[in-house]
Design a protein around this ligand. Structure first.
Ligand SMILES: [Zn+2]
Length: 317
C-alpha cells in the first residue's frame, strides 16, 4: 500500500460494515471534512514548516544553553567556600552568565529573523500571533506557529530565570542593580546589524556601532549621568559624550544634526532624556547614530571602546 493511497476506501468499508449507518455516515463526513480542511484553507507551504522547525530547534537549543548557564552559576553560588573565594567565584559566574544572556539574545534575533524579521523582543509574540490569524494559513502552518510561539516563551522564561540569578549575584557582590538602568539611545530604532570591526576607508576599522534612523530622530541618554564633552570632529561631526552615574560607562554619540536645547558640558541627564538629534554631519553618507561605548571608563578613553551590539539588541530590538 503506497503512501498516496487515499483514505476514502477504508472509510467506505467502515460505513459498509457498520450497523448504525447514520452515525457512521456523520463520522465519515467529519473525517473527510477534517482532512479536507487544509486544501480549503490555502496552499500548504513546506518552506514555512521547515522555517518554523528550524526556529523552534534554534530557540530550544538556546533555552538549553541559558538553563545550563543558570544551573552552573546556581551550583557554585551554594558552595560553602570562604568569603574571598566565594566572591571571586560569584564574580566569574556573573561575568559568564551576563555574557551567556547577551549572546543568547543576539542569537535568538538571528534565529527568528527568517520567520518574523528583526522584531523587538517585546513584539515577537505579537508578530507570531498575527501571522497565526492569516486566513490563508492551513492547520499545519497554524500548528507550526503555535509551536514556535511556545518555543519563544520557553526561551523567554529561561532568560528571565537567568536574569533573576544575575540579580542575586550582583546583590551578593554589592553591585548596583542594572535592571532598567539603560535605555535604547534612539527613540525610534530601525533594524540594525553588527558592524563593529568592519573595514572602513584609509585602513581604519569601525570601532563603534551604527544605527540608521531618520534625520532628526530624537537621541536620548542611555543612562542617568553627566555630559562630559561636546564638539566637532572631522570624522564624527557633532558629537556628545555622557558619563553614566551608576556604571561609569562613557557613551559617545556622533554625526548629530543638532544638540537638544539646554544641553552643554556639565549638564546632568536622566536615562531617556533627549540630548540631540540624528544627522549625517562629519564623515557620514546617511543619517545615523554612531555609538561608541566605553564600559567602566570613568572618562573618555578611546582605548576602551567596546562592541555594544549585544547590549543594543537587548535595549533596542
Ligand atoms: Zn559608525
Amino acid at each position: 500500500m503506497g503512501c498516496s493511497t487515499p483514505a476514502s476506501p477504508s472509510i467506505g468499508a467502515f460505513v459498509q460494515r457498520s450497523s448504525n449507518r447514520p452515525i457512521a455516515m456523520a463520522l465519515a463526513a467529519l473525517v473527510v471534512a477534517v482532512f479536507a480542511a487544509p486544501a480549503e484553507a490555502g496552499e500548504y507551504s513546506p518552506e514555512l514548516a521547515a522555517t518554523a522547525e528550524a526556529v523552534i530547534e534554534g530557540l530550544d537549543a538556546l533555552t538549553a544553553r541559558v538553563d545550563a548557564g543558570v544551573a552552573s552559576a546556581d551550583t557554585r553560588m551554594h558552595a560553602g567556600w570562604d568569603t574571598a573565594v566565594a566572591r571571586a567565584v560569584d564574580l566569574a559566574s556573573l561575568n559568564r552568565l551576563e555574557a551567556a544572556i547577551a549572546e543568547a539574545r543576539v542569537e535568538a534575533v538571528a534565529v527568528l529573523d527568517p520567520l518574523v524579521g528583526r522584531q523587538s523582543t517585546g513584539a515577537v509574540p505579537a508578530a507570531i500571533t498575527a501571522a497565526l490569524w492569516d486566513e490563508d494559513m492551513n492547520w499545519v502552518e497554524r500548528r507550526n506557529h503555535r509551536d514556535t510561539l511556545a518555543a519563544w516563551q520557553r526561551f523567554r522564561d529561561a532568560t528571565d530565570r537567568a536574569l533573576a540569578v544575575r540579580d542575586v549575584l550582583r546583590d551578593r557582590l554589592g553591585l548596583p542593580s542594572v535592571a532598567g538602568l539603560r535605555v535604547c539611545p534612539l527613540e525610534h530604532p530601525e533594524p540594525f546589524r553588527s558592524d563593529w570591526g568592519d573595514a572602513r576607508q584609509w585602513w581604519r576599522t569601525h570601532r563603534g556601532n551604527d544605527m540608521n534612523a531618520a534625520e532628526g530622530t530624537r537621541l536620548v541618554a542611555m543612562e542617568r549621568g553627566t555630559v562630559i564633552q561636546m564638539g566637532w570632529h572631522y570624522l564624527g561631526g557633532n558629537g556628545i559624550y555622557v558619563l553614566g552615574d551608576v556604571t561609569g560607562d562613557v557613551y559617545y554619540y556622533a554625526h548629530l544634526s543638532a544638540y537638544a536645547d539646554g544641553i552643554e558640558v556639565g549638564s546632568p541627564v536622566e536615562a531617556g532624556q533627549v540630548v540631540g538629534y540624528v544627522g549625517d554631519t562629519g564623515n557620514s553618507d546617511v543619517p545615523h547614530l554612531h555609538l561608541g561605548w566605553m564600559p567602566e571608563a570613568g572618562a573618555v578613553d578611546l582605548d576602551l571602546l567596546t562592541d555594544a551590539y549585544p547590549m543594543l539588541v537587548e535595549l533596542c530590538l
